[in-house]
Write a protein that binds this ligand. Structure first.
Ligand SMILES: Nc1ncnc2c1ncn2[C@@H]1O[C@H](COP(=O)(O)OP(=O)(O)OP(=O)(O)O)[C@@H](O)[C@H]1O
Ligand SMILES: [Mg+2]
Length: 234
């Protein structure tokens, strides 16, 4: 059974459609990369999958024990977020907020899991530091640890390597790959980096004038795949 199925979705703002008739599905353990031009609606799609927005048309169904509030989310970075005046530990543990409801404190188990996720991301030494004083790569690890607090099943990552240097980018991809391969976490990642998408992804969704959804291999062989990616050696 698929974890997530989208059927004939139309998304947009103020009655204007940005994405029309989008259908795709994601199974447990998949690594889906979403690619497409600036403004094509990738972040809007992610917010809709999280239940933060309603689709104009169509249907999203979840299965396999997944619900919108058990999906981990790493949002696209904004200048405001980069300047957030909270400690690393506070930011990471806030990943539990979706499930906490009105309870005004974190449980001992939540604190333990937050620390485990901080360790997994290799940022234990930074846990008392202020988030806004960290480098871009360190900040993304903090946000990944935060997203992990929300889920054991599925992570939605909106451009997790934007603005990072090549070495830190490679490290970030490795971390995400490990979460997918070793912990079985389903990955849905927005990226402008087609090469990395094709290195790691099992499936590709291209949003634009033409919508493409299929396996990595089907994408490489498709017209849009050939246009976007020089398939030498792939
Ligand atoms: N809150 C909003 N109200 C109205 N229009 C919006 C809103 N948010 C986004 N849009 C518009 O919807 C379109 C899709 O935006 P979205 O952020 O989903 O694109 P994207 O594919 O994530 O782009 P990028 O690659 O630049 O991050 C854009 O034209 C954008 O201007
Ligand atoms: Mg975006």
């Amino acid at each position: 059974m698929s974890q997530l199925t989208c059927q004939h979705l139309s998304l947009g703002y103020d009655g204007r459609e940005i994405i029309s008739n989008l259908s795709f599905h994601v199974d447990a353990g998949d690594y889906l990369c979403i690619v497409g031009e600036n403004g094509s609606g990738k972040s809007t799609l992610m917010k809709t999958l999280l239940g933060l927005r309603r689709p104009m048309k169509g249907e999203i169904t979840t299965g396999d024990g997944l619900t919108a509030n058990t999906i981990g989310y790493l949002p696209q970075q904004t200048v405001v977020q980069k300047d957030f005046p909270a400690s690393v530990r506070e930011i990471v543990i806030s990943g539990f907020q979706g499930r906490r409801g009105l309870r005004p404190f974190y449980t001992r188990a939540e604190k333990r899991i937050a620390l485990e996720n901080i360790k997994k991301m290799g940022i234990e030494h930074l846990q008392n530091r202020c988030y806004r004083e960290l480098s871009g790569g360190q900040q993304q690890r903090v946000l990944l640890a935060r997203a992990l607090c929300a889920t054991q099943k599925m992570l939605l990552l909106d451009e997790p390597v934007a603005g990072l240097d090549p070495k830190v980018t490679a490290d970030m991809y490795e971390l995400i790959e490990t979460l997918n391969q070793e912990e079985g976490i389903t990955i849905i990642m927005i990226s402008h980096d087609i090469e990395a998408a094709l290195k790691y992804a099992t499936h590709v969704l291209h949003i634009g004038n033409t919508i493409f959804f299929g396996t990595r291999r089907q994408f490489i062989d498709s017209k849009v795949g050939r246009q976007l990616y020089n398939t030498k050696g792939a």
